[in-house]
Design a protein around this ligand. Structure first.
Ligand SMILES: [Zn+2]
Length: 478
């Protein structure tokens, strides 16, 4: 019996960080923590943090100062060059025939403005973006504005295959279309910010703007019954090449400092609202985790690098640059934890296709995160390549995506409604404690949580999620 007890105790301490350490970390976050203060200051001091803007640059400096004030001694700003920034100006749009009505419209990011005088043209709904189909409709499309649904764009572009999407835009231009409007999915004509193309280097061949959901549906109905003419214009401008920064703060490990765990969230946001849930909340959790673990005064066995990423919204620019610059150190990266799904009630984690990581992490979560409500661990691929964990996943590194309750997240995600009043302080602190405890447990564990996945196993995850073509087209495979 005694031997069994001793064995159990040994197993417990070797699997998980010591209870007292975990209690102090979580306690310091849940009682007199700084999470809400970080989130409030970040969003209300700097507003939105579009890359290339002073808001982003000032926020990067401020977060570096917060890491230092929290007692983390190794804090660096690491450069990420972008070829150009972009700014959004004013927009106006209305139906001129067969009736008169104002429309809700704004450009997609990194698109050219409408020509001087705007665009006055009839609207043609299009649901098939195959190049042959577009060519076959050339007569009908010439001089018109093309109306797409966001579902059509996602089905044909982004993760489903990027080249066919670009080819479709070129074909629309060749057919003589004058502009593209994309109807969004949320009620009350809420507009959700997105880019027309990946990265910041490609200019779409036509002006592309988004239209509110009810407006788009009305145009579809009117077009089905005859001619519908709209008049619209928007301003936008490209800004010069710019140097962004990833903010990196490291707590060196006590036994194996060269082995490290990445704990990140993106600092940038879209230019509407103030990027409070997406991703001021994740930044606050990362800052708070660093503060609480530094305050513990007992570093984990391995190092933890707390990283606030630049340029996530334009295609993971900061995390891509970091995994390239630090390529030689990736073999020693034990795991990547990412906070970019808002701060709904704590719930758990997704391991993005890695069942072995989920199986290894589940007992840790059960032991340490149950009382925080965050012990739910799945291998969900819901956000397979949709945040900064992507380049760690592609490099075979075990990935843990923080997954709070998402039921209210998409009401504000990328919208002007994404402001600090949507963040519940209790839930934010609960998620920060969840992130900090998980980071500490993974970094302090005797053994790595799971081995690196082989290239074949990574490909299987991509194939299963139909993202393999996209990743190959983007040249993202390491
Ligand atoms: Zn985000």
């Amino acid at each position: 019996m005694k031997r069994l007890l001793a064995l159990l105790l040994f197993t417990t301490t070797s699997l998980f960080a010591a209870d007292a350490d975990v209690e102090r970390i979580a306690g310091s976050i849940l009682v007199h923590g700084h999470s809400m203060q970080y989130a409030r200051e970040l969003t209300d001091q700097f507003g939105s943090r579009l890359i290339g803007s002073s808001g982003f640059d000032r926020a990067a400096e401020w977060t570096a100062a917060q890491f230092r004030a929290a007692g983390v001694t190794s804090v660096r700003l690491e450069e990420v060059r972008i070829s150009r920034g972009w700014t959004r100006g004013t927009a106006s749009a209305h139906i001129v025939a067969p009736l008169q009505q104002t429309l809700h419209l704004t450009p997609f990011g990194w698109t050219s403005p409408t020509p001087p005088g705007g665009i006055r043209a009839d609207v043609v709904p299009v649901s098939d973006l195959a190049v042959d189909s577009i060519r076959g409709r050339a007569k009908e499309l010439e001089g018109r504005v093309v109306l797409l649904s966001i579902a059509t764009v996602f089905r044909n572009g982004y993760f489903a295959g990027y080249k066919p999407y670009l080819a479709a835009l070129d074909a629309l231009k060749a057919a003589g279309a004058r502009g593209v409007l994309v109807g969004f999915g949320n009620a009350d004509n809420a507009l959700g910010m997105l880019e027309a193309t990946w990265g910041v280097d490609t200019t779409p061949p036509l002006p592309i703007a988004q239209l509110g959901m009810e407006d788009a549906k009305m145009l579809e109905r009117l077009a089905a019954n005859g001619r519908v003419t709209i008049d619209y214009s928007y301003d936008s401008a490209f800004t010069p090449a710019h140097t962004l920064h990833n903010v990196v703060a490291e707590i060196r490990g006590s036994e194996r400092p060269d082995e490290w765990v990445a704990v990140g969230g993106h600092l940038d946001s879209w230019d509407v609202g103030s990027g409070a849930q997406d991703n001021g909340s994740g930044c606050a959790m990362v800052l708070e985790s660093a503060r609480a673990i530094a305050a513990l005064g007992r570093p984990p066995r391995r190092s933890i690098r707390f990283i606030l990423w630049a340029g996530e919204e334009e295609g993971f620019l900061g995390s891509q640059a970091y995994t390239q610059t630090h390529k030689a150190e990736l073999a020693n990266c034990i795991a990547a934890l990412n906070a970019d799904a808002g701060s709904g009630h704590p719930k758990g984690w997704a391991t993005v296709g890695r069942t072995d990581v989920a199986d290894a992490f589940r007992p840790i979560a059960k032991a340490l995160l149950t009382d925080l409500g965050a012990a739910d661990v799945s291998d969900s691929t819901q956000f397979v390549l949709q945040s900064d964990h992507a380049f760690f996943l592609l490099n075979g590194i075990p990935t843990l995506e923080l997954m709070p309750d998402l039921s209210k997240y998409f009401d504000v995600h990328h919208r002007s409604a994404d402001t600090i009043d949507k963040i519940d302080p209790h839930n934010l602190a609960g998620n920060a404690a969840t992130l900090a405890v998980a980071a500490y447990a993974v970094a302090d564990r005797e053994q790595p949580i799971a081995p690196h996945a082989s290239r074949e196993d990574v490909m299987k995850i991509l194939e299963k999620t139909h993202t393999d073509t996209f990743v190959k087209e983007m040249g993202w495979l390491p």
